[in-house]
Design a protein around this ligand. Structure first.
Ligand code: NAD
Ligand code: UPG
Length: 458
């Protein structure tokens, strides 16, 4: 079969895998190849057990794999044979040198640019899919244009907005697709090629085109605004706990103002995930780089409140449980950074577990999808940690249950049974406000929710 377009994606991660599977699924006329330097990851993508859990992903991959979707470790061949190259490698926070702990680490990104340069023998459209500091495209262009063999490269920015746990729906019905390009004749032509790909299933009016710098910056700003909402509601949750205002009522009251909107106002133990913290730190670093100290401080506040909220949660546990957690068995319901994913990157549960261990508590962790990652995250933690699949088993004999992840299953458990099995006095700390506090209280628990008056029997 001859294919209309040949598309490559470098980086077979949480973004590269689902994004390309969606293109392959919606566009059977294109041939899509995903490559990665990690052979184990590629082997998993080619197996029955995919490397990431994402509702709907298995079906998508099964329908397209070895039809017009291919996973490979042959990066050089991939570059040679494809005219459109998405780059979706990781861009973590730098851990060394200048900008350590703040700036984006662009080493994987730059290696990819050099590989593309080395192995290209025909014109390429290079698409930034990874999240990058604004003006990275310029560096990319500079590297690519050192070529002696006069291959033409056009660099586009096409940030990804999918959220984990809902990635397949987000990709299929996106609020928008953003494509940034140079505003030259060639830049606009490359942009149209990418617009054409998405137009196979995304309505035209949802495909936004901008200059390349706006596109790069909009990705960071989008995450900063979302995270800012979580930190704002979490900051107010602390005030609610002092004043007997109820955070759910406040969120509803403000969220019904259509100018504010109701989404992303769930108070919690704080945001996690691989993106929010990293991208805001990146934004803060950029602001400081350009001498915008006050702007940097403003956005840094979003991260500070997130750390404050996590520590506040542990302190509340400590205070409520008579100022000592030493030797107490505490069960964490959930370890993933949000529901419907096995991903634990930057999960608040990591912080909470480590702090509880510092207080010499015995920690029992249960999660339907994230236990393998949890084991890795806590491999170097000192103290007693158990990993248990069944939530009833995990909670047996515990002094407290702390809800870390809003998995639907934790709302549906038999809390009367959990109470019977618990050490008394029994505590629930609901870090996601998914339980009915009054009902749990009536069953006998002392209940501490986020931003609500505690319900205690003493
Ligand atoms: N995870 C998300 O929900 C999400 C959403 C939107 C945007 N992003 C952004 O997308 C990018 C990728 O994120 P992710 O979560 O998919 O990361 P990931 O770590 O899951 O995947 C990145 C992959 O790139 C591979 N890789 C690194 N260097 C390579 C190279 N030189 N050649 C080939 N492969 C290489 C790694 O082996 C890894 O498998 C990041 O910039 C991230 O900020 C992530
Ligand atoms: O009201 C809310 C909403 C979210 N969260 C938490 O915030 C974090 C992030 O959640 P979410 O944004 O749903 O998941 P991510 O997969 O991290 O997705 C974000 O980060 C991605 C990576 O850049 C972007 O593509 C997405 O648009 C952006 O939503 C999680 O810990 C959530 O539990 C809350 O505590 N309260």
């Amino acid at each position: 079969m001859t294919f209309e377009k040949h598309i490559l994606c470098i980086g077979a991660g949480y973004v590269g895998g689902p994004t390309m599977a969606m293109i392959a699924h919606q566009c059977p006329q294109y041939r899509v190849t995903i490559v990665d330097i990690n052979p184990d990851r590629i082997a998993q993508w080619n197996s029955d057990v995919l490397p990431i859990y994402e509702p709907g992903l298995d079906e998508l991959v099964k329908a397209t794999r070895n039809r017009n979707l291919f996973f490979s470790t042959n990066i050089e061949q991939g570059i040679r044979e494809n005219e459109i190259i998405f780059v979706s490698v990781n861009t973590p926070t730098k851990t060394f040198g200048t900008g350590a702990g703040m700036a984006a680490d662009l080493q994987y990104w730059e290696k990819t640019a050099r590989q593309i340069l080395e192995h290209s023998t025909s014109p390429k459209i290079v698409v930034e899919k990874s999240t990058l500091p604004v003006r990275t495209a310029q560096a990319m262009e500079r590297i690519l244009n050192t070529s002696q063999n006069h291959v033409r490269f056009d660099v586009l920015s096409n940030p990804e907005f999918l959220a984990e746990g809902t990635a397949i729906n987000d990709l299929k019905n996106p609020d928008r697709v953003l494509i940034g390009s140079r505003e030259t004749e060639e830049g606009l032509k490359a942009r149209n090629t990418l617009v054409e790909i998405y137009a196979n299933w995304v309505p035209r009016e949802k495909i936004l085109t901008t200059n390349i710098w706006s596109s790069e910056l909009s990705k960071l700003v989008s995450n900063a605004f979302l995270a800012q909402r979580v930190s704002s509601i979490n900051a107010i949750s602390a005030l609610c706990e002092k004043t007997e205002a109820d955070i759910s009522e406040v969120a509803r009251a403000i969220g019904t103002d259509s100018r504010i909107g109701s989404r992303f106002l769930n108070a919690s133990i704080g945001f996690g995930g691989s993106c929010f913290k990293k991208d805001i730190l990146n934004l803060v670093y950029l602001c400081r780089y350009y001498g915008l100290e006050d702007v940097a401080d403003y956005w840094e506040g979003v991260i500070k409140i997130n750390g404050y909220q996590q520590e506040r949660f542990v302190r509340n546990m400590l205070t409520a449980m008579f100022n000592t957690l030493s030797g107490k068995r505490i069960c964490l319901f959930g370890f993933a950074f949000k529901a419907n994913t096995g991903d634990t990157r930057e999960s608040p549960a990591i912080y909470v577990a480590r702090r509880l261990l510092e207080e010499q508590a015995e920690v029992v962790i249960t999660d339907p999808k994230a236990l393998d990652n949890a084991r890795i995250d806590l491999a170097d933690a000192r103290g007693t940690v158990h990993f248990v699949d069944d939530p009833y088993e995990a909670a047996r004999g515990c002094h407290a249950i702390a809800i870390m992840t809003e998995w639907a299953l934790y709302g549906e458990l038999d809390y009367a049974r959990l109470y019977r099995q618990a050490e008394k006095p029994a505590f629930i700390f609901d870090g996601r406000n998914i339980l009915d506090p009054r009902r749990c209280f009536e069953l006998g628990f002392n209940v501490f929710s986020i931003g609500k008056r505690p319900l205690t029997h003493f």
